[in-house]
Design a protein around this ligand. Structure first.
Ligand SMILES: [Zn+2]
Length: 397
C-alpha cells in the first residue's frame, strides 16, 4: 500500500516534471516565434500604474482639443503606458489592409488599433484640424491648475511594428514652398513618383535598425514627436489656428506639441507649462528615428508605445518648454522664423542659467557662446524649433 503510494507519488512527480518541461518548451517556442515577429528590442518590459490604449475613443486627429473630457485621470507621480499609432497607414482613404498591403505589409503586421481608428474616421470633424497626427489623450492630472508645471519623465519608448514610413518628394519638407526659406523659382529635388517610402526595421547585434538602401542602416532612437498640454485659448491668426478654439497639431508652441526634439528618448524629461484644469496631456506623432531638422517633412513614422511618469509642480510654469537628458539641460526657442527661433533659444538659455545656476546675465551669455550647442530640432512644421543643449558637466559643485 505504502509502496504503491510512493510509486504513485513518483509517477506524479515524473508527470509533473514532464508537464513543467513541456511548459518550458512551449514557452520557449512561443517566445522564439514572437521574437521572429516582434524582435526583442521591441519588447515592452516596463509595467505602469495605468495603460492607455490607442482605441478610437482615446484618439484625436489633427488637433489638440482644449476641452475634450479626460480619457484617464491620474495622481501626480503615477506612471502610464500610452500606446500611439502613426498617421501613416491609419488616415488615408483606402482601407489599411489594402493601403499598407501595397507596400508589402502583411495583414498580421497591421495593428488592430490602426484598423479601428481608420474605421472611426467618418464623423470626425476636420475643419481647422489641419495636422496629420493622431494623438492619444487627454490624460488629466488631479490638482493641476493654470500656472503649474507638468514634468513628463520618459521612461520607455519602443516600437509596435517592424516598419515605418517616410515621405520625401521633390518638394516636400525644407524643399517645399511651405518652407519659409523657399523663394520663387527654387528647384526641387530630382525625385519622381510617389513620395511615400516604407522603411523596414531589423535586429542586428541586439540592436534595432532602420534599413535605408543597400548597406545603409540607421540605429533606431524612438521618441514621441508630439507631447502636448491643452493650449490656453487658440485664437485665429496664431500658428495653426484657422478656427477659433481649434489648435492644429502641426505647429509646436509654448504648449509643447510637435516639438520633434530627437533628444526626448527614454531617460529624458520634458517640462511644460499648464494652461487648463487637469493639464490635459496628449502624445503622438511617434518617430522610430529622426535627424535634427526633419528636413524631408517627416521622420521614420512608426507606431510606438511608451511609459511616462507625470509629476505636478505647483505655480512653477516655465515661459517655454524645457527638458533634460542624463547629460544635458535643454532650452527651446520656437518661432515661425528660424532666425527668431534661435534668438528665443539664446534668451531661454540665458534665463535658465540665471534662474537655475545663479549666473550673472553676462556670464550666462558668455557660457552660452562658449559651451552651448544650438541645433535645429525641426524646420518643417510651420513653427521652427531650435533646441539648445547645455552640458551638465559644466557645473562643478
Ligand atoms: Zn512625425
Amino acid at each position: 500500500m505504502v509502496r504503491e503510494f510512493i510509486q504513485t507519488l513518483g509517477r506524479r512527480a515524473a508527470w509533473a516534471r514532464w508537464r513543467y518541461r513541456r511548459a518550458v518548451i512551449v514557452a520557449f517556442i512561443v517566445a522564439v516565434s514572437l521574437c521572429a515577429i516582434f524582435p526583442p528590442a521591441m519588447a515592452q518590459i516596463m509595467t505602469a500604474d495605468h495603460h492607455l490604449r490607442a482605441q478610437p475613443e482615446n484618439l484625436s486627429w489633427g488637433w489638440i482639443p482644449t476641452d475634450k473630457p479626460p480619457v484617464l485621470i491620474i495622481q501626480s507621480g503615477d506612471t502610464v503606458r500610452i500606446d500611439t499609432i502613426s498617421h501613416h497607414g491609419s488616415t488615408q482613404d483606402e482601407d489599411p489592409v489594402v493601403f499598407l498591403g501595397g507596400f508589402g505589409v502583411q495583414p498580421e503586421e497591421i495593428l488592430q488599433d490602426v484598423r479601428d481608428f481608420w474605421a472611426s474616421k467618418p464623423g470626425r470633424p476636420r475643419e481647422g484640424r489641419t495636422g496629420a497626427h493622431v494623438l492619444t489623450g487627454p490624460i488629466a492630472i488631479m490638482g493641476a491648475e493654470p500656472g503649474d508645471m507638468l514634468e513628463i519623465q520618459i521612461l520607455e519608448v519602443s516600437s509596435r511594428v517592424p516598419y515605418g514610413f517616410n515621405s520625401a518628394g521633390a518638394r516636400s519638407g525644407a524643399l517645399g514652398d511651405s518652407y519659409p526659406g523657399w523663394r520663387a523659382g527654387d528647384p526641387g529635388a530630382d525625385i519622381s513618383g510617389t513620395s511615400r517610402t516604407i522603411v523596414r526595421t531589423a535586429i542586428s547585434d541586439g540592436r534595432e535598425f532602420a534599413l535605408v538602401g543597400d548597406g545603409v542602416r540607421v540605429p533606431l532612437a524612438p521618441f514621441m514627436g508630439i507631447m502636448a498640454i491643452a493650449p490656453q485659448a487658440p485664437t485665429v491668426g496664431q500658428p495653426g489656428v484657422t478656427v477659433a478654439g481649434v489648435q492644429s497639431s502641426r505647429p509646436p508652441g509654448v504648449y509643447g506639441g510637435n516639438l520633434d526634439i530627437k533628444l526626448l528618448t527614454a531617460g529624458a524629461t520634458l517640462y511644460l507649462p499648464i494652461f487648463r484644469e487637469g493639464a490635459l496631456f496628449y502624445v503622438g506623432d511617434p518617430h522610430g528615428v529622426q535627424g535634427d531638422g526633419e528636413v524631408s517633412g517627416t521622420a521614420l513614422e512608426q507606431s510606438l508605445t511608451g511609459v511616462f511618469r507625470f509629476v505636478l509642480h505647483k505655480a512653477a510654469a516655465p515661459a517655454a518648454p524645457r527638458a533634460e537628458t542624463a547629460t544635458h539641460y535643454i532650452a527651446v526657442g520656437i518661432d515661425i522664423d528660424l532666425d527668431r527661433a534661435l534668438r528665443k533659444a539664446v534668451m531661454e538659455v540665458v534665463d535658465f542659467l540665471v534662474e537655475e545656476k545663479a549666473l550673472a546675465p553676462r556670464e550666462a551669455f558668455t557660457l552660452a557662446s562658449l559651451a552651448v550647442d544650438f541645433t535645429i530640432a525641426e524646420a518643417v512644421n510651420e513653427t521652427q524649433v531650435v533646441a539648445a543643449s547645455i552640458p551638465k558637466t559644466l557645473f562643478v559643485e
